[in-house]
Structure formats: C-alpha cells, structure tokens
Design a protein around this ligand. Structure first.
Ligand code: SRM
Ligand code: SF4
Length: 577
C-alpha cells in the first residue's frame, strides 16, 4: 500500500494559498500566539512560533522569531537602521547574524509582528520564504565585489533569488497591504526605501483557468522540504558550498566569470538514532555557462519538487534523492528538464574557508572592515555595546553591512580617511574584541539553541564562548597557540551551525551532554564523524586537550588538526561511545 502523505503535505494541498487564519489572529488583540495550522503557514512567511524555554516551568510565554532575506548577506546602512530600531522596539533588543547570512529577530511579541514585517518589506528586504518548503536565503561570498568575477557572482545570486522566490499572493496581502506601518519608524523606512531598488520584488503571480493564482515553479504543494542554494568562488569556500542542496562554484577564465560547476545534494540535518537520516556533501553534477544559471537552478528545484519524498519529512531533502537514485540518474533527469545534458565539470579546488578580520583596501579610496561577532549576536551587554556602536557607524558613515556565513560581519565602502574614526567608535563602545578574534574564536560557530529553539536538546550559543576559551587554553598548552582550528557547536543534530563540516563538531544529545565529532577539514570538503558520544560539557576541553597534545607531537609539518584526526586510525579503532 502507498504510504500516506505527511500532515504538512495534506495541509499544503488543502490550503495552497497558505493564508490560514493569520490575518484574523493579527486582528485579534486578545491572541497571544498563532495556533493550529497557522504555525505551519507562518513558516512560509519567515516566522516561527517559539516560547521562552527558560520560563516553561511557570507557564509558556509565546513570542515569534522572524528571519529576513539578504542575498549574499547584503544590508544597506539605511536598511540596517530600520532593523536596529525594530529589534529594540518589537523584539529582544538583539539582532542575530545567521549561518546563512540573514538577520533573525528573536522574542517578537504578538502585537509587534505585523508592524515589524511590514517595516522590513518597506525597507526593501523581505521575510518571504526564509523558512518553509521553499528555497531559502541564497548565500554568496561576503567580501565586497572588488573584482569582475565577484561582482558577476553577486549579480547571479540575485538572479537566482528572483527565479526561486515563490509567487504566493498571501504574503503581500497579509503583511504588506494588510498591516499598518509603525509611524514612529516612518522616517527611517523612507530613507531605506530611497536608498535602493527593491531586490526582492515578487515576480507576478500567474492564474489558472479558474482564475486561481498558481506558482509556475512550486505549483500548489511547494517542495517536499526546505531547499538551500549557495554560490562559492574558489579557492575560498566561505559559504560551505558542499552543504547546500544546490551549489554553484564559479569558474573564471582570464579574470572573467564564464560559468559554474553545479553541485547538488548537500544537507546536514539528521536525528540521533535514526540511521535513515544523515549529513551529506553535495555531488558535482556538471558545468553550465553563466547565462543558464537561473534556468538550471529552477530545473534542480523542479526535480526536488517531483521526486522528493512527500511521505516522510525526515527523508524529504533532495540529498536522499541523490543518495538513493545516484548521480547518473540525476544528470539524466536534469538533461530532460533542460533539453540537453550539462557539460562535464571543470577542475576547481578550495584551500580553506572563513572570514577576513581587520581592514582591507577596496582599491577605490574605500576600505572594508571584517568584524568578529561572537556567536553572531549583535547586542549591548554591560560594557560591550556592539549594537549601539553599529547604529552610530550606520548613521555617520553609511557602510554597506555584509553578513557572513560564519555569523560575522563586514562593514564595506568606508572612506579610507574614516578608518581611525570608525575604530574609535567601536573601541569607545567597549567592542575592541571585534578586531582580532584569532583563528579559533574567529572560525567558531554556535546555533541559538536554548532558550528560543524548540528543537534544542542542549545549550549551544550560551555556553560556546566559555567552551571555546577553554579549548583555546588547551591548544596553547599543547604549544599550538594561534593556529587555526574550526570548532562548531549545535544544541541538536539538525546541524544549523554546520558542525558536520568543522574540524571539531560538538552536537547536543541531552541536557549537558554532547557528541564530539572529528575529522572534517578546513576546506569544507570532508564530513566530520562521530568520535565520542554523550560527553559531559565540562569534560570536553580535557578530552580535546589530550588529543591536541598528541597532535602537536605526531603531526607532519603543516598538517591541520582535522586532517590528522581523519588519518590517525587508532582514534577510530574503538566504536564511538
Ligand atoms: Fe536551522 C530548524 C536556526 C541554518 C538545519 N533552524 C531550525 C529552527 C528554525 C528550529 C525550528 O524548526 O523550530 C532554528 C531556529 C532557532 C532559533 O531560535 O533561532 C534554526 N538554522 C538556524 C540558524 C539561525 C542557526 C544559526 O546559528 O545561525 C540558521 C538560519 C539560517 C538562515 O538564515 O536561513 C540555520 N539550519 C541551518 C543550517 C546551516 C545552513 O543552512 O547553512 C542547517 C544545516 C544544513 C541543512 O539544511 O541541512 C540547518 N535547521 C536545520 C534543520 C534540519 C533539516 C533537515 O534536513 O533535517 C532543522 C529542523 C527542521 O527543518 O525540521 C532546522
Ligand atoms: Fe535548534 Fe538544533 Fe538548529 Fe540548534 S541545531 S538552532 S538546537 S534546530
């Protein structure tokens, strides 16, 4: 007998416009939450219903998380100022830089969600399809486009964003047309609007014979599951391109972008104890000329739409289609979609990943500044007032904000002459730590986990800085101070801070207990594997300290920790326990 469709599939089939009763809930001053089916619909609009897990013992306190869309992490200063004001007015006073180059607002109260989303749209960003069974934010290298190849890749990232944006009309009628703008923000929003063209203007909806609006790519039931797209420019793999469902690796000839190698089938989410689920790196499918990038992106999405598993959400990502049907099968389906097969892939190689820190000349009388943002959280806390400092910098110097895929920040397009003043503002706000994090903290990532994430099994963001400091100490004791080490932590095996593509991955299993993964590499081309299971948080530094000391003694010249652990066969002799 055929397996039944998942509940989410039934919902999408019954109510393809994804409106539910969202508008009614917004209009009801008594409602403190979205409920029932609306909890699923709001995800397509970039919203997650959450509750503060620290307070559960005394009753659930609801709020929502809202995620924006920022292709390539680009945020104009005027738009940033609107986000800053919104975070302070309607959310918890912080902005979270995510591992996919977007901003998240946490703790948004019910009465604030309407004006917040309306203002984000008025400031020419959007929250449309930043969650849900659709293509999410398109990632792209973060350094400002100071050369022709980077500029061209950035353009293509926007072209693919537009090609893969759903054309659902509900979003705009609910959040943009149906909501009153918060008047206090009128001036800031007007400035943001005047500053740029709208990069996320929805493509026009199409109608079927009955006059109902249909989405030509997603149809009525969208995708079986989330879908993620990224771009990378070798030799830097800062977007961790092999972890995406769909990846484009730039191929340049004589300083010009000529096309892309296509990667399909990456994804990291898995569930403890469920062998049907696993992290996977993408396969290299072939080469396409630059002009075909949007067409090929839509064709890959269509294959996921038609072949992904709609009977089991844990098995519904395109990575399982690739794993089970194989690369040759995929190439043949893609050839059918496009009318001809792709050419063979061209050679490419990555040498590392990670963000630039400090000042860099753009070559046009302007500079960019790479800033370390601890666990991606832009906030004011005690003497450390990064949130206020960034507001002052946005107002005075109007830099372009570029969010990185490692949860850091680049301030670009700053006049060379303004460098000292920019530095002074940051130092005056107690934010000196943003300048030189070193190659352990600067490469580290942690997901939000508790108290906001409903899926967290253990802490992550809140314990990560202290844990990393202790790992740094252990590294120094082993005589390795200052060496690069990629450590990433998550509160569950979903993999939001990409621990499976780190040299050391630390993954929550239960409160205070973590699996430790080793063997990934800095290039992001090899997955880390489970080394020890259910280790107490406090025991992790000593466990890693022993390994680092051995690594310092035994490694070959220049060998990286991840490469050493991958090859030290005795480390893997005993089963993970
Ligand atoms: Fe994620 C679900 C946070 C990047 C795999 N992710 C969630 C939710 C929404 C929890 C939920 O469903 O209720 C988390 C919200 C927590 C909170 O309080 O903010 C959440 N994911 C994040 C962010 C904010 C982590 C971060 O440290 O920055 C990232 C937002 C990205 C963005 O701006 O779009 C984020 N999530 C990722 C990544 C990394 C990436 O895409 O590069 C992954 C692994 C790659 C992948 O998709 O396979 C990832 N998130 C997941 C999964 C597992 C999906 C799967 O195939 O099994 C879930 C759970 C789910 O979808 O059911 C999830
Ligand atoms: Fe939540 Fe797990 Fe993602 Fe962390 S990895 S944000 S705990 S879903």
């Amino acid at each position: 007998m055929d397996k039944p469709l998942t509940k989410n599939e039934q919902l999408k089939t019954e109510k393809p416009d994804l409106r539910g009763t969202i508008r009614e809930t917004l209009a009801n001053p008594e409602a403190d939450r979205f409920s029932g089916d609306d909890e699923q619909f709001i995800k397509f609009h970039g919203i997650y219903q959450q509750d503060d897990r620290d307070k559960r013992k005394t009753g659930k306190e609801y709020s929502v998380m809202v995620r924006t869309r920022q292709t390539g992490g680009i945020v104009p200063a005027t738009q940033y100022l609107v986000f800053d004001a919104l975070a302070r007015r309607f959310a918890n006073g912080t902005l979270r830089v995510t591992s996919r180059q977007t901003f998240q607002f946490h703790g948004v109260v019910q009465r604030g969600v309407g004006p917040l989303i309306k203002s984000i749209n008025e400031a020419l960003s959007t929250t449309l399809a930043t969650c849900g069974d659709v293509n999410r934010n398109v990632t792209s290298p973060t350094a400002p486009p100071t050369d022709a190849v980077t500029r061209a890749v950035e353009e293509d990232a926007f072209a693919v964003t537009t090609a893969l944006l759903p054309r659902a009309t509900a979003y705009h009628s609910i959040w943009v047309d149906g909501v009153q703008l918060d008047l206090g923000l009128g001036q800031a929003v007007a400035k943001a609007k005047a500053d740029q063209a709208n990069p996320y203007a929805p493509p026009p909806a199409e109608e079927d014979a009955s006059g109902a609006s249909v989405d030509p790519l997603y149809g009525k039931t969208y995708l079986p599951r989330k879908f993620k797209t990224g771009f990378a420019i070798p030799p830097n793999n800062d977007t961790d391109i092999f972890t995406n469902d769909l990846g484009f690796v730039a191929i340049a000839e004589r300083g010009a972008l000529v096309g892309y190698n296509l990667l399909v089938g990456g994804g990291l989410g898995s569930s403890h104890g469920n062998k049907q689920t696993f992290p996977r790196l993408a396969d290299v499918i072939g080469y396409l000329p630059r002009a075909d990038v949007a067409k090929v992106a839509a064709a890959v999405v269509a294959i996921h739409r038609d072949w992904g598993d709609r009977t089991d959400r844990k098995h519904a990502r395109i990575k399982y289609v690739l794993e089970e049907k194989g690369v040759e099968w995929f190439r043949a389906r893609l050839g059918e979609q496009l009318g001809s097969p792709l050419a063979p892939a061209k050679p490419f190689a990555f040498v590392g990943q990670g963000d630039p820190f400090g000042w860099f000349a753009q070559g046009d009388g302007r500079s960019y500044l790479g800033l370390f943002v601890e666990t991606g959280r832009v906030k004011d806390e005690g003497e450390y007032r990064l949130m206020s400092a960034l507001r002052v910098l946005a107002e005075r110097f109007a830099p372009t904000f570029r969010l990185t895929p490692s949860q850091n920040l680049i301030l670009a397009d700053i006049r060379d002459a303004d460098r000292p003043e920019v530095e002074r503002v940051l130092r005056e706000h107690g934010a000196a730590r943003v300048f030189e994090p070193g190659l352990v903290r600067g490469r580290g990532m942690a997901c939000p986990a508790l108290p906001t994430c409903g899926l967290a099994l253990a802490e992550s963001e809140r314990v990560f800085p202290r844990l990393l400091a202790r790992i740094e100490d252990a590294q120094a004791e082993a005589g390795l101070a200052g060496e690069e080490l990629v450590v990433r932590m998550t509160g569950c095996p979903n993999g939001c801070a990409r621990p499976y593509s780190a040299e050391i991955g630390i993954i929550g299993r239960a409160p205070g207990k973590y699996n430790v993964l080793l063997g990934g590499n800095r290039e992001g081309t090899r997955l880390a594997r489970n080394w020890r299971e259910s280790v107490a948080l406090d025991d992790i530094p000593a466990l890693l300290g022993g390994l680092l000391a051995r690594f310092a003694r035994e490694r070959s010249p220049g060998q990286a920790f991840g490469d050493w652990t991958d090859r030290a066969s005795d480390l893997w002799a005993a089963p993970a326990a």
